[in-house]
Write a protein that binds this ligand. Structure first.
Ligand code: SF4
Ligand code: SF4
Length: 193
C-alpha cells in the first residue's frame, strides 16, 4: 500500500473541478467494479483516488483512465457516497491538459475534428472524419491508419453506412451553429453565456 502524501491531494482539492469530492471516498470499489472500461484503464477510478492520496501526481495525470472515461455515469449512480466520479475523472483530464500532460491528445484531436464537422455540416462525414484524424499525426500515420481501417470502410460502403460522395449540410444548420456556439461559451466557463 502506498504511503500517504497530501501534497497532490491538496492540489487536486484546490484546482480540479469536483476534486474535493474524493474526500468522501471510502474505497469500497463499487465504481471500479461497475465501470465498463476498467479493464482497459491503467487504474480504475477507486485506484485513481488512492493514488491522489498517495501523492502520485505523474501517475494520475498521465494515466489513460481519465482519458478513457466515456461518461456513462454508472459510477456516479452507484457510488454509495454519492460521489460524482465521472465529474472528477473529467476534472482530472482537463487539469492534466492544462498542466501540459497529454493523456487525452488523441481523443482531443478526434473530438476537435468531430466538433468541426458537426459545426460545418450538422452531421458526420464518415469518410472525412477518420481521414482528418489519421492524417493529424502526419503522412505516414495517415496512410497507415487509412490502410488499417480499409476493410471497415469497405464494409460500411457495402452496407450503405457510408457514401462515396461528400455529405451535404443539414437543413437548419444556422440554428444548430447557434446552439454549438452557446455550448462552447458555456464550456469555457460562462454558464450564463
Ligand atoms: S464507489 Fe464511491 S465510495 Fe466507493 S470507491 Fe468508488 S468513489 Fe469511492
Ligand atoms: S462514467 Fe467513466 S469512470 Fe464512471 S463508470 Fe462510466 S466510464 Fe467508468
Amino acid at each position: 500500500m502506498a504511503n500517504y502524501d497530501p501534497s497532490f491531494a491538496r492540489e487536486v482539492f484546490q484546482n480540479v473541478d469536483f476534486g474535493e469530492e474524493i474526500k468522501m471516498c471510502m474505497q469500497c470499489g463499487v465504481c471500479a467494479a461497475s465501470c465498463p472500461l476498467s479493464t482497459e484503464m491503467d487504474y480504475p477510478p477507486r485506484q485513481v483516488f488512492t493514488l491522489i492520496r498517495a501523492g502520485k501526481r505523474e501517475e494520475v495525470l498521465n494515466c489513460n483512465s481519465i482519458m478513457l472515461c466515456t461518461s456513462c455515469y454508472t459510477c456516479k449512480v452507484r457510488c454509495p457516497r454519492k460521489i460524482p466520479v465521472v465529474d472528477v475523472m473529467h476534472g482530472l483530464a482537463h487539469y492534466a491538459l492544462k498542466q501540459g500532460f497529454v493523456p487525452r491528445r488523441q481523443p482531443a484531436v478526434f473530438g476537435r475534428e468531430f466538433w468541426a464537422q458537426v459545426y460545418k455540416l450538422g452531421r458526420i462525414d464518415e469518410k472525412d472524419l477518420p481521414r482528418r484524424y489519421f492524417f493529424s499525426e502526419g503522412l505516414v500515420a495517415g496512410i497507415k491508419g487509412t490502410l488499417d481501417f480499409m476493410d471497415v470502410g469497405l464494409r460500411m460502403l457495402l452496407h450503405k453506412r457510408m457514401k462515396l460522395l461528400p455529405e451535404r449540410k443539414i437543413k437548419g444548420i444556422q440554428s444548430l451553429r447557434k446552439m454549438l456556439d452557446k455550448a462552447e461559451r458555456m464550456g469555457k466557463g460562462g454558464a450564463g453565456a
